[in-house]
Design a protein around this ligand. Structure first.
Ligand code: CMP
Length: 154
């Protein structure tokens, strides 16, 4: 099983979309294995967005992401990273596919409600920046017998 680190960004919380977002992932059949509300600081952000450090929008991105609380989550499933990014939609909300979270609820490129890991390496880095080992829960969920075939579960 693969893990993805997801943030509901400050705009997602302000717009009352935490429940909607979690419900979509649950209905998809993904498993929630970590969850916390927190306010990000500049130090975490510099590491989190190290690949964007030299981009012209970095300062605004840092200000936006540290301005208000976020909700951080770890979700688990088969090919979870790609599945999660499909559910989120492309970065620019106004171009995101209808039916995706950004496609249904976002217009902006920066205020785009949600972050989801883009690779296994990013997921590992992001999870370790926010979660301690004992804040991630490995547990059985019987519904997975119906979400996946036996072959996919192995
Ligand atoms: P995210 O998927 O979290 O990864 C980097 C974030 O930077 C992205 O979502 C957007 O919120 C933001 N971003 C990316 N490109 C731009 C841009 N051109 N202008 C402003 N913000 C951007």
């Amino acid at each position: 099983m693969q893990r993805s680190c997801v943030l509901v960004k400050p705009d997602g919380i302000q717009r009352g979309l935490i429940g909607e977002i979690i419900a979509r992932f649950e209905r998809k059949g993904l498993k929630l294995v970590g969850l916390k509300m927190m306010q990000l600081d500049g130090q975490i952000l510099e590491k989190w967005y190290a690949h964007h450090k030299d981009k012209p929008f970095f300062k605004d991105l840092q200000r936006f992401m540290t301005s208000l609380p976020i909700v951080a989550m770890v979700w688990e499933g088969v090919d979870c990273i790609a599945a999660m990014r499909k559910l989120c939609g492309v970065t620019k909300g106004r171009e995101a596919e209808a039916g995706s979270i950004r496609g249904d609820f976002a217009m902006s490129q920066s205020n785009n409600l949600i972050h989801a890991s883009d690779s296994e390496e990013s997921a590992q880095k992001e999870i370790s920046l926010i979660f301690k080992d004992n804040e991630i829960f490995a547990y059985k969920k019987d519904v997975e017998l119906h979400v996946y075939s036996q072959e996919e579960r192995e």
